[in-house]
Design a protein around this ligand. Structure first.
Ligand code: F0G
Length: 511
């Protein structure tokens, strides 16, 4: 099967591949009736109301908790939206990770699971798919992105090391810190300006990277990482030109370069749309443009792998792969399943291909833009331009009367939930208490992450309406404080209370 007419299907790659071997970039095994990578008519690429290129085969009833139910639920949850139960939520925009709908082809793939402990044929297909997309010869499966991060950072980082990234996401930063290393964010200044419409706000500040590497011992920087798209900074893309510069600088300092490729297909879609000379390229080709410049990648397949669970780390470095394999066996499982059922690997292989479908991506990015346009009409302030996987409300503009110590992001997320049962997540002072995130507290966001292929335009219209209602009564919103702060990744398990109130029930035991 082919991505584009005229390109012969290459033989399955077998280990080991020569270093940086030129690999065909569009050799993913896909259902032939889906014309992935083909041209896209202008009229479907960016409509005001995005056309859903799928229809419903299985449905899931959406709960409808009353206002009283929601009030009870959020109090019981210690005002932490992570503690809510799914039946207490009407629209769940907490995360786009592992929350999407799998396709009929993916469910069919689950049925051909070969649950062999070692040497499953599902692993062979998974490995060859990842190799053909990325060109990285060594592929280690992991149950999700943070497991892949654990493998990579525990193999490469030592206490006192420095890891530069455009912006670390929460688990990435936590894994760097867990190794005793320091996570440094080097995004361009535009990334911190929520009103800038710069097309590649995920880009790395090349001058700052050069400066950092010039004044740091080579031995203290085990890798440079770039996250595509930049989740923390609004799901914003990185341009291929910028990544080429990062690669040049990293190579000049003999430092390996890794991609956090969770949302690589969404990033490639933006590159195709915005970068000069890229409009005729397929997502596979653009993705390969990035991978060819890198030494490896970590992946949470729960995003652009279109699955509910799965991930991997891939590299060109045979010795590193061997080291990571030992940890993989210790923590995850044998290297042909990596903590997953083998059928999950088959679903990832199919999902990676589907994520490159241009019509799917046009709809995906189109949904975010649709929600943005509705919010814009209501005057709601959010980070511009809309990113690949969600809208990030600009909390400082939304609640200018609340100072940072009143945890305005949390206050806003709670109000949105109370107003209409919509669950969002704070990306600000609570998620990133370390000042390394940004020039001290300069970014305070509430993210509305859109799960893949799950919600319709009418759901998004409902969300926009809920947020507009909260915006209309914004001046009445009061601040919060933390009543329990765990040491690491506080946003997941912290407890909150409204400022000036005393807890009415004792805190639940936290394990
Ligand atoms: N890297 C990035 C850029 C991410 O966004 C995430 C997860 C991870 C790594 C870790 O992957 O969850 O599979 O272990 N982000 C989710 C989110 C949780 O809501 O943005 P994971």
């Amino acid at each position: 099967m082919r991505l584009r007419g005229g390109t012969p299907r290459p033989p399955l790659p077998g280990p080991p591949l020569p270093d940086r071997a030129p690999e065909p970039s569009d050799s993913v095994d896909l259902p032939s009736e889906l014309k992935y990578g083909g041209p896209l008519d202008d009229d479907v690429s960016d409509p005001e109301l995005p056309f859903e290129p799928y229809r419903t085969k299985v449905v899931e009833r959406i709960p409808n908790p009353s206002r009283e139910d929601r009030e009870r639920a959020i109090e019981r949850a210690w005002y932490n939206l992570f503690n809510l139960r799914s039946d207490e939520i009407r629209i769940d925009l907490l995360t786009d990770s592992g929350t999407g709908a799998m396709s009929d082809h993916q469910w069919a793939a689950m049925m051909v699971g070969d649950e062999t402990y070692a040497g499953s044929r599902n692993f062979a297909r998974f490995e060859s798919t990842v190799r053909s997309i990325t060109g990285f010869p060594y592929v280690l499966p992991a149950h999700q992105g943070r497991a892949a991060e654990h493998l990579l950072f525990s193999a490469l980082c030592r206490p006192g090391d420095i890891v530069p990234n455009n912006m670390h996401f929460d688990t990435t930063q936590a894994h760097v810190l867990h190794q005793g290393a320091k996570a440094i964010n080097l995004a361009i200044p535009e990334a911190y300006d929520t009103q800038s419409d710069y097309p590649f706000k995920g880009n790395v500040d090349i001058g700052s990277l050069e400066h950092l590497l010039d004044r740091t011992d080579r031995g203290r920087v085990p890798l440079v990482m770039v996250t595509v798209t930049n989740n923390t900074g609004g799901g914003q893309p990185v341009s291929l030109a910028n990544f080429r510069e990062v690669a040049r600088v990293a190579r000049a300092h003999s430092i390996p370069l890794y991609l956090d490729m969770c949302r690589w297909a969404e990033n490639a879609y933006f590159v195709r749309e915005r970068e000069p000379g890229m409009s005729g390229r397929s997502i596979a080709e653009i993705g390969r443009g990035f991978f060819d410049l890198a030494d490896g990648a970590t992946m949470s397949a729960k995003k652009d792998g279109l699955v509910n669970i799965g991930g991997f780390v891939a590299t060109r470095d045979a010795a590193l792969a061997d080291r990571m394999k030992e940890t993989l066996i210790l923590y995850e499982g044998f290297p042909t399943y990596g903590g997953l059922a083998r059928r999950d690997l088959e679903a990832v292989a199919v999902g990676l291909g589907e994520a490159m479908d241009l019509e799917y991506l046009a709809h995906r990015v189109g949904q975010v833009r649709y929600l943005a346009s509705l919010l814009d009409r209501a005057g709601v302030p959010f980070l511009h331009p809309p990113g690949g996987h969600g809208i990030y409300l600009d909390v400082r503009r939304f609640l200018p009367h609340l100072p940072p110590e009143d945890l305005p992001g949390q206050a806003l997320a709670v109000e949105i939930y109370l107003e209409g049962g919509v669950r969002t997540v704070e990306i600000g002072a609570i998620m990133f208490p370390q000042s390394e995130l940004a020039p001290s507290g300069s970014i305070e966001l509430v993210r509305l992450a859109i799960p893949r292929r799950s919600y319709s335009a009418s759901h998004l219209a409902y969300v926009a309406d809920v947020i507009a209602r909260v915006y209309a009564r914004r001046s009445t919103i009061r601040g919060f404080e933390m009543s329990y702060r765990p040491e690491r990744l506080p946003h997941f398990t912290a407890h909150f209370r409204r400022k000036g109130t005393v807890a009415s029930v004792p805190p639940p035991a936290v394990r």
